[in-house]
Design a binder for this molecule. Sequence first.
Ligand code: SF4
Length: 378
Amino acid sequence: MNDSFYQMLKQQALDGKSISKKDCRLVLQSKTIDLLLLLNAAFHVRQKYWGKEVTIHILNNVQNGHCSENCHYCAQSKSSRAAIESYPMKSDQAILNEAKMAYNSGAFRYCMVFSGKEQGLKRIEHLKRIIESIKRKYPIEVCVSPGFINAQQARILKEAGLDRLNHNINTSKRYYASICTTHTFDKRLETLRAAQDVGLEMCSGVIVGMGETPRDVIDAALTLRTFKNVKSIPINFFLPIQGTKLSPKSNLSPEYCLRVLCLYRFLHPRAEIRMAAGREYHLRDLQVLGLYPANSLFLDGYLNVKGTSRFQTLQMIKDAGFSIKSEQNLDTLIQKERQCYTKNNHDNTPLTLKQLSDLHPGHKKNSWHFGSKDPFAL
Ligand code: SF4
């Protein structure tokens, strides 16, 4: 792929124009893509709207498990046998305390996630009071993932001062029936429309690696482009939790994951693109490169799966020369989390000296010692 291709991707994105499906496919599949040039093009777009800032999100499962739906990828679904902790909605006090902890950890946004396909009107009224309390007490953005909502519920949440509502579309309309049969893709879009109609900002993303094709990944991105209120797009990379119905052998490569992040940046130049669940598992040592197209990540793991430690994530941001969008100071946070990390990992020495067995890996342990005949002598 010559330079003009990357230049075109960047320019189309900066001009707010879509790119053709053919070019989207090239981004995801062409063997002649130069990954660094692609990342560089995406980074120019990211930089225009987000500079080198990273927004940190912290998830709180305010209610976990026992869902009536059968989303095959989800550990909380009725078809899942995953050994997760299930519990009803946490107390208001617990939710408020956890909002405070998120704020103190440098989070830009605190995301309260409910299991279940929807919440009743009474629960939404209750949620309104919680959102108002958090907004009164802490300068932190609030996001809620309540499942399906209708126009009346969207209005209540908007009045509460909710900053953003999460409802992922997960994949394309074409592939949706392969990952869930208890509700439809169109039903998901109804919630996005209800939120849009009352002026609520949306967070809506996808899960990559559930057996879909690149065409599905592209179509999902293009569907999100049809909603003007989608301001945040979490890109999750499927985590095959044991016990869930959908546990294919993941064939995602770190490079493909990075290409997906770049594609979403080109198609959604102004959006908060989040390198979400699975970054550690699928991007492995390349996850730091994800910060070039993406401008957001989760700090404390995901719904039912842990991520890397806070310290490692914050240090990665700093090492790559990025900053965080927070009232907290990044260096202070790193120092605080480092203490926690070294304590939990029983690792107080940053450098460990090699032992004799490390220095002579091919030699059997205990077969010689200093003073004995040199085993390596010719
Ligand atoms: S994704 Fe949401 S609706 Fe689907 S099973 Fe999980 S908790 Fe239920």
